[in-house]
Design a protein around this ligand. Structure first.
Ligand code: SAM
Length: 283
């Protein structure tokens, strides 16, 4: 790879990395068992539904058109389909989209999966939705939150609901080599340049060693997340900070109730945040 800093080139490097994760993730996520069990829902969607329910008409997604940005292999998207939503998933990884299509066919669930970056999504999908959804491990892959927020606004019907839950930006500042203490090492604010990682390990499978180990990530402050949505014309309707995260995002974390938490003193640091926002009726 050349020494480019053009985000489009860095996104291509990330895409190759994400393509390679698809095969190990099909196993690590238990994708076939998920597809074969008509009552199975992903843990992420179960938790997200609890947070979204107060903002959904009659507390349900049934019959609603739902767009899932950065849908990966589709287990979360298909969980929404099982809850009655009419789902479309978007991901920039062709391998992930192929896997998601195959899982939908195996599960006998109607779903549309489209290969596109987040920024390409409006043109590639060509529809608007009642709900735009994105969750867990998504924002760090995006160089430009202003563009992200405009995509969300433009792909929602007026009055439509947006939901995001993701790692808390403070979590990304922690030194991942210090299991004994929470040590701030990396920038909280977006420095304007991507952070480069060369890490062959995978968050979902301890045995995986990735050949395409390089990734580029962008740190976004909580204010940048919220302000980008406000600037795009969305109205914030709820905001939360949470004490659990669905993957082992730091070596000190311990398993609890299907997720990961701080080993002690959970009050010290939020691990995830969530928010809902609406596209105003008259916009
Ligand atoms: C951690 S997954 C999030 C999905 C879900 N939480 C899961 O685990 O199944 C991150 C996804 O973002 C996708 N991705 C990364 N950068 C992207 C971009 N710029 N545009 C679209 N998708 C992207 C990756 O291919 C990957 O499938």
């Amino acid at each position: 790879m050349s020494d480019t800093t053009d985000p489009a080139d860095l996104i291509e490097v990330n895409r190759v990395n994400w393509d390679e994760r698809v095969v190990p993730h099909l196993k690590a996520y238990g994708a076939e068992a998920f597809a074969d069990d008509p009552s199975a829902l992903s843990g992420v969607v179960r938790d997200d539904l609890d947070l979204m329910r107060p903002h959904l008409e009659e507390g349900s997604v049934a019959g609603r058109r739902l767009l899932h940005l950065q849908c990966h292999i589709g287990t979360d998207t298909l969980s929404w389909a099982r809850l009655g939503a009419r789902v479309t998933g978007v991901d920039f990884s062709g391998a992930a989209i192929e896997a998601a299509d195959a899982l939908a066919a195996r599960a006998g669930l109607p779903a549309r999966f489209v290969q596109a970056t987040v920024e390409e999504a409006p043109e590639a999908v060509g529809e608007r939705f009642d709900i735009v959804y994105t969750s867990i491990g998504v924002l760090c892959w995006l160089p430009d939150l202003a563009a992200w927020a405009r995509v969300i606004h433009d792909m929602l019907e007026p009055g439509g609901l947006f939901f995001v839950r993701d790692a808390h930006p403070m979590l990304y500042t922690l030194d991942e080599e210090r299991a004994d203490e929470l040590v701030v090492r990396w920038p909280y604010f977006d420095s304007g340049t991507a952070l480069r990682w060369d890490d062959p390990s995978d968050y979902a499978d301890d045995h995986t060693r990735l050949e395409n180990a390089t990734t580029f990530e962008w740190h976004h402050s909580l204010a940048d997340v919220v302000q980008s949505l406000l600037d795009a014309g969305l109205e914030l309707t709820s905001f939360g900070e949470h004490r659990t995260i669905p993957w082992r995002a730091h070596p000190s974390f311990v398993e609890h109730d299907g997720g990961w938490v701080l080993p002690e003193g959970a009050e010290r640091l939020p691990l995830t945040f969530s928010l809902t926002a609406r596209r105003p009726q008259a916009s």
